[in-house]
Write a new protein. Structure first.
Length: 66
């Protein structure tokens, strides 16, 4: 589930490039990571970046601003 398509691969954070680790990475990411669809493309944000940019995300600012 990297940005731009669905699959069985673990997502990659659109902000910092992090990927979840461990044998159940995909399942954990679905529960703890933020998923967005922007201009028809799927993007994922890790928990650390989600916390760091919470106000921008909630304010629906364009990711270019954060």
């Amino acid at each position: 589930m990297t940005a731009g398509g669905e699959g069985s691969a673990a997502p990659t954070c659109a902000s910092c490039g992090a990927t979840p680790s461990g044998e159940d990475a995909l399942a954990r990411a679905r529960l703890t990571w933020s998923r967005a669809v922007e201009r028809g493309r799927e993007s994922w944000t890790c928990p650390d970046c989600s916390r760091r940019h919470l106000r921008s995300i909630e304010g629906k600012l364009d990711p270019a601003w954060w």
